[in-house]
Design a binder for this molecule. Sequence first.
Ligand SMILES: NC(=O)c1ccc[n+]([C@@H]2O[C@H](COP(=O)([O-])OP(=O)(O)OC[C@H]3O[C@@H](n4cnc5c(N)ncnc54)[C@H](O)[C@@H]3O)[C@@H](O)[C@H]2O)c1
Length: 381
Amino acid sequence: MNCRKIKFGIIGLGLMGREFASATARWCHLPDFAMRPEIMAICDVNDTAFPWYLNNFPTITQTTTDYTALLANPDVEAVYCAVPHNLHEQLYCDIIRAGKHLMGEKPFGIDKKANDKINECLRQHPGVFVRCSSEFPFFPAVQVIGRMLENHEFGKIIETNSGFLHSSDMDTSKPVNWKRRSATNGEYGCMGDLGIHACNMPFRADWNIANVRALLSDLVPERPDGKGGITPCDTWDNATLFCEASGEDNLSFPLTVKTQRIAPGQKDTWYIEILGMKKSARFSTKNPKLLEILDYTNGSQAWQNVDMGYETAFKSITGGIFEFGFSDAILQMWAAFIYELHNGKPLSKFAACVTPAEAALSHRLFTAALESHKKHQVAIL
Ligand SMILES: NC(=O)c1ccc[n+]([C@@H]2O[C@H](COP(=O)([O-])OP(=O)(O)OC[C@H]3O[C@@H](n4cnc5c(N)ncnc54)[C@H](O)[C@@H]3O)[C@@H](O)[C@H]2O)c1
């Protein structure tokens, strides 16, 4: 098949920049794709990041510490931007204004004001394809849950619990970094870091969220500064959002969304649990092969353990019985971005990246959560 290359620039060559680059190197896992990403330009203010990219990607012809130079390169068609949250508004708007397609990182603006500006810029440039990264829906078990939602298999929803839990911040000797400072990570704290991941399935299910009661915790208010001193760590560590949600039947149900950086025993746990009158389902990355389903239509209270393999949305050369992991989810997410860019529509409802409208909804939710916690009240969205 004649496979067109789409020339990418990466701005922000840290943790996530490397994940994208590695995914492009594994594109051969995805047969039958009409388009493939090729990295041709890289940018980071820290040029010590360049050698890993240059050693592994001979297609790179531009390295720069100035992102405007990358945007001025007429050969760059699309950009992956993975930089600290305080830079999202300026860089995403400049990328969109330069006419480059954009995969942006969450939270898609440090706060609601920044997110509004990005969306305004997008409205002025409708020809640019823009999506936000969130890879967890691409785990095979979550794709099954997505199809169950599409087919209305749950019946009336009783309740839903979703979340994303980390634990490395339990180590109080861990030095502060930009993700632990309000100025660079944002007032949302853990919600800005983990929230879009925790909300992506409820948002994609088109559930309306009417209001939220939030409880936020700042468990570690200061941390080592990495230079022998101690410095404020002024971001929320943990957030629990109790939301009133409803589906297309307009019947409300509780939706609990947890984002925690201090969750004992949870290294990197993304989970979703949907309990319904006909069927229930749950999945956690703690046990990534296991999909649990309870089918009450036969009258029994029996959770079934379904052993999932590499049953992906986008066809892969990897055998269907093999295990699926984080970097596979990243590859599938990038397949969804490239597929939708090429075809103008996603492969399916749940095999798609987070849209700017969904990112905007997350900002309404997290802004309401901040208000709720501050006033000890329910906040209306
Ligand atoms: N999808 C996910 O699972 C996931 C996971 C972690 C982080 N993220 C998101 O990715 C983004 C980046 O996080 P990360 O973990 O890769 O951070 P990181 O600190 O590892 O990398 C950020 C990079 O941006 C560079 N940078 C800073 N200012 C810059 C500028 N003006 N121009 C160019 N480069 C600049 C830094 O030097 C650094 O190399 C954030 O929005 C974060 O929330 C997403």
